[in-house]
Design a protein around this ligand. Structure first.
Ligand code: NDP
Ligand code: GDR
Length: 372
């Protein structure tokens, strides 16, 4: 039985990857952080009681800022594959916490690679690094592919640039099987609530159910290449099954604006929108959906207002990936379209919003966090 160690197992990708590897028959180990509240919601459904025998899903307390802890876990697990998905992954937050972001995202990667080497695991353990399309930042070429020059535009992206190159360096210097997946944005119903797609699907669902009044947005003209996390974790595994380690771009090859994503979500909900603020006043009339399930909303009832607090000090305006290499060499293509993914996210968030609305109608407190 192969053993995998996943950092960031409690995150979006970590949870999908853990499911995927368990299905493939792996023994899956993951690093979770100590937190004052439970932070394992995304993996609770695959959690196994440590008191039962033959456990094949094991969580270890740890942190990417702690070398001795990482070394101990690696020594104990002796993994065949390490997936380094742990990171302070929010670009806007990285401007507020640049040093911490560098410590986790850049130095954390070095700590893991160096621990693998010092433990003499460099010929046994394959290493996957969660690299990002944010490396392209101020894009030098469109679409972006493996050979496109990098131009990072945030403390997050600069930290990930170090992580990218230290992974390449350990491959070249020590002959490690170490590779970068340069992944473009990927989303799902498990996406963190403050990333733009989830903020939209959750916010509009809450508004449609009368739980919130307004969706406050930053730059709605930003263009992204959005795929589904399930498709992307499959590729993370495929990258570690080759004879030779190589870096790959993972993307859909299609690009849409944040504004378009908002309109799709509204269409799924059958509501109409009014965009307000910062010279973007516009009424987007979306055909409403007939039927019992359609919320009783009229044109302009859902307000989307620009709030400059969500603008970033330096923005990545446009990203579009070219996944040709992944397709040709590994036979990978995404199976879920961006629109299908949006529909899945809206359906999931609407279900939760309806539950909360029902509770509210019956006088119960609703656990809706407005943090965004
Ligand atoms: P998430 O933010 O959902 O998950 C990040 C994970 O990292 C969480 O499990 C988090 O733990 C953990 N983590 C954060 N800080 C530390 C730390 N100091 N020590 C150990 N673990 C830590 O990210 P995604 O799942 O979306 O992304 C996975 C990886 O892929 C990240 O590295 C991200 O930067 C990268 N990436 C993501 C893309 C995307 O579009 N999703 C695209 C390209 C790259 P906790 O749950 O406790 O917060
Ligand atoms: P990104 O994702 O920065 O691309 O990083 P995010 O969803 O945060 O932003 C995408 C674009 O939407 C614009 N935007 C807003 N973003 C947020 N979060 N909130 C808003 O209100 C808002 N309004 C407009 C942003 O300015 C941006 O242009 C994600 C992360 O998962 C990274 O870890 C990963 O490396 C990259 O994707 C690829």
């Amino acid at each position: 039985m192969k053993k995998a160690l996943i950092t960031g197992i409690t995150g979006q990708d970590g949870s999908y990857l853990a499911e995927f590897l368990l299905e493939k028959g792996y023994e899956v180990h993951g690093i979770k952080r100590r937190a004052s509240l439970f932070n394992t919601q995304r993996v609770d459904h695959i959690y196994q009681d440590p008191h039962v025998e033959n456990q094949n899903f094991v969580l270890h307390y740890g942190d990417l800022t702690d070398s001795s802890n990482l070394t101990r876990i690696l020594q104990e697990v002796q993994p065949d594959e390490v997936y380094n998905l742990g990171a302070q992954s929010h670009v806007a937050v990285s401007f507020e916490a640049p040093e911490y972001t560098a410590d986790v995202d850049a130095m954390g990667t070095l700590r893991l690679l160096e621990a693998i080497r010092l433990l003499g695991l460099e010929k046994k353990t394959k290493f996957y690094q969660a690299s990002t399309s944010e490396l392209y930042g101020l894009v030098q070429e469109t679409p972006q592919k493996e050979t496109t020059p990098f131009y990072p535009r945030s403390p997050y992206a600069v930290a990930k640039l170090y992580a990218y190159w230290i992974t390449v360096n350990y491959r070249e210097a020590y002959g490690m099987y170490a590779c970068n997946g340069v992944l473009f944005n990927h989303e799902s119903p498990r996406r963190g609530e403050t990333f733009v797609t989830r903020k939209i699907t959750r916010g509009l669902s809450n508004i449609a159910q009368g739980l919130e009044d307004c969706l406050y947005m930053g730059n709605m003209d930003a263009l992204r290449d959005w795929g589904h996390a399930k498709d992307y974790v499959r590729m993370q595994w495929m990258m570690l099954q080759q004879d030779e380690p190589e870096d790959f771009v993972i993307a859909t090859g299609k690009q849409y604006s944040v504004r378009e994503f908002i309109k799709w979500s509204a269409r799924e909900l059958g509501v109409t929108l009014r965009f307000e603020g910062q010279g973007v006043d516009e009424v987007a009339v979306i055909d409403s959906i007939e039927g019992d399930d359609a919320p009783a909303l009229n044109v302009g009832d859902v307000v989307v207002r620009v709030d400059p607090r969500y603008f970033r000090p330096a923005e990545v305006e446009t990203l579009l990936g070219d996944p040709s290499k992944a397709k040709e060499r590994l036979g990978w293509t995404p199976e879920i379209t961006t629109q299908e993914m949006c529909a899945e996210m809206v359906a999931d968030d609407l279900k939760t919003a309806k539950r909360h609305a029902l509770l509210k109608r019956h006088g119960y407190e609703i656990p809706v966090s407005l943090e965004n």
